[in-house]
Design a protein around this ligand. Structure first.
Ligand SMILES: CC(C)(COP(=O)(O)OP(=O)(O)OC[C@H]1O[C@@H](n2cnc3c(N)ncnc32)[C@H](O)[C@@H]1OP(=O)(O)O)[C@@H](O)C(=O)NCCC(=O)NCCS
Length: 192
């Protein structure tokens, strides 16, 4: 399997992988989010996993900020992460996360943020953003899902609120909304 930057001609196939992974139609919300990130100039990297000549996974990185007391700090947000349903459970997602972190490190970014399962990302370089002093961009992101990976250029003063690029708001892809939010909060409260 090879992981590399997406080629322009592959964009439609990559969008198809994103839509399939999230169980959405071809122009579903997550695909519209990736388009909006590109159109708004916030997209920083779009990596694909290719095996046997087929594109089977995708991960995106885009620019956000941490509103630190000293100055605004450019950081990266990892989203979306997608593996074609028939290729899930074979390490493709793990390899894409590792490649995204290596790309972020190479770009000089001090941190990569995401929303996701601490069970999944906790074993792949991420930890609780809140525990490290960061504030969530929205209270609708369940706290355990607010994750960060600190990179070598990170300095302890670079804490504050994470500011998302506009595309996450215009496509309403930030956090969860009721009734899903209520369900997840109840699950967290019960410790299950
Ligand atoms: C989540 C996803 C990217 C994982 O990719 P993958 O190639 O199947 O993952 P890997 O094979 O590298 O890892 C498998 C592990 O992920 C776990 N896993 C799969 N989906 C998961 C999920 N939704 N939540 C938590 N863990 C999940 C498996 O149990 C397995 O656990 P392990 O840590 O014990 O190995 C893929 O299932 C996917 O595209 N899902 C739909 C889109 C999505 O939810 N994206 C992430 C949004 S934050």
């Amino acid at each position: 399997m090879e992981i590399r930057a997406v080629r322009p001609a592959e964009e439609p196939v990559a969008e198809g992988v994103v839509a399939a992974a999230f169980g959405e139609p071809a122009d579903g919300r997550v695909v519209r989010m990736t388009r909006a990130l590109r159109a708004g100039g916030a997209a920083r990297a779009s990596l694909v996993a290719v095996a046997d000549g087929e594109l089977i996974g995708h991960v995106g990185l885009s620019r956000g900020w941490v509103d630190a007391r000293r100055e605004l700090v450019e950081v990266l947000v990892l989203s979306p992460l997608s593996v074609r349903p028939d290729r899930q459970g074979h390490g493709v997602g793990t390899a894409l996360v590792a490649a995204a972190l290596a790309t972020a490190e190479g770009s000089g970014a001090p941190a990569v943020f995401l929303e996701g399962s601490p069970d999944y990302y906790g074993r792949r370089g991420f930890g609780s953003g809140s525990a490290l002093g960061f504030d969530r961009p929205s209270a609708r992101i369940p706290d355990p899902g607010f994750q960060v990976a600190l990179l070598s250029s990170y300095r302890p003063w670079m804490v504050g609120r994470l500011i998302y690029p506009e595309a996450f708001w215009t496509t309403d892809t930030v956090g969860l909304r009721d009734p899903d939010l209520e369900l997840v909060e109840a699950r967290i409260a019960s410790g299950s």
